[in-house]
Ligand binder design. Structure first.
Ligand SMILES: Cc1ncc(C[n+]2csc(CCOP(=O)(O)OP(=O)(O)O)c2C)c(N)n1
Ligand SMILES: [Mg+2]
Length: 287
């Protein structure tokens, strides 16, 4: 599918979006099994990011699992590194990991740690999980591409609660100052952080206006609609000499009725019965 993205342009968007929906639901099922088996994890944020991750890895990023360090590859940084089950799951779907490796998630001495490590996992570009660092590193990567005159692009996915870290705003200023239109920030705007709503913890709204005031070109999309996601990413860069921000409106726990928009599923591990019920719902929605 990744190769079709280059070849088919418009047709790709129209025909592949339904396949991405099925793959995203498969990623959700896989993430929930991984978290259950490990007895640890962050299922709510895995599920909110699943559509964004499948769209990027299977439809947009110019990456090749056979050459994970190819100099001209696009860079993707998973700043919300706590959603590692979904991240490893999509890396496996894109061919960077064998499916069997997913069973080792957070097992003693395994390479698939709770927070991704670029020295252990092919395809991982930065060590993340301490929130607030992905965007600053991504700004450095985009500047490096600019200085080299290289065509590769940098993408970074952050949580929304994560944006309360001040380092993001310093990086946002720098990205605009240096006119990094080769940089795209995607915000998983699910409205919830660890203990509750972002807006009652430390208000982010009006978020789009904040980024615009910092000099970014901003688009807002339904972060669970693959056709919208594909078309916004295909429109990059949005404006010359401005960094790009995609605010993807999502639901934490998306796809599982008893998890959706509930803060406790940020870090709760589903029981065997809950996993079975969740998988049943997800299979019914998209086999
Ligand atoms: C610097 C730092 N502080 C605290 C944590 C613990 N932590 C992990 S996830 C999380 C909440 C993140 O919320 P959000 O960014 O909205 O992520 P999402 O809703 O997508 O899961 C917190 C506080 C951390 N990983 N890093
Ligand atoms: Mg959030």
């Amino acid at each position: 599918m990744r190769f079709l993205a280059y070849l088919c342009e418009i047709e790709y968007t129209e025909h592949v979006a339904p396949d991405l929906a099925a793959l995203a639901n498969r990623l959700r099922r896989r993430s929930l099994r991984m978290v259950h088996r490990a007895g640890l994890g962050h299922p709510g944020g895995d599920l909110s990011a699943a559509d964004i991750l499948t769209t990027l890895f299977l439809g947009i990023l110019r990456i090749d699992p056979l050459q994970p360090a190819a100099p001209n590859r696009d860079r993707f940084l998973m700043s919300k590194g706590h959603s590692s089950a979904a991240y490893y799951g999509v890396l496996a779907m894109a061919g960077f990991l064998p499916e069997s490796a997913l069973d080792t998630y957070m097992q003693p001495l395994a390479l698939l740690n709770g927070h991704p490590d670029r020295n252990k996992v092919p395809g991982v570009e930065a060590n993340t999980g301490a929130l607030g660092h992905g965007l600053p590193v991504a700004v450095g990567a985009a500047m490096a591409a600019r200085m080299d005159g290289a065509a590769w692009r940098t993408f970074v996915l952050t949580g929304d609660g994560e944006l309360q870290e001040g380092s993001n705003w310093e990086a946002a200023m720098a990205a605009a100052h240096y006119g990094l239109d080769n940089l795209t920030l995607i915000v998983d705007r699910n409205g919830l952080q660890q203990g509750g709503a972002t807006e009652s913890t430390m208000r982010l709204n009006p978020l789009a206006e904040k980024f615009r005031a910092f000099g970014w070109a901003v688009r807002e999309v339904d972060g669970h609609d693959h056709a919208q996601l594909l078309s916004v990413f295909r429109a990059l860069p949005f404006e010359p000499s401005k960094p790009n921000c995609v605010i993807a409106h999502t639901h934490k726990g998306k796809g599982v009725s008893f998890m959706e928009d509930r803060a406790e599923w940020h870090h709760r591990v589903p029981t065997a019965e809950e996993v079975a019920a969740a998988i049943g719902e997800l299979e019914a929605a998209a086999p």
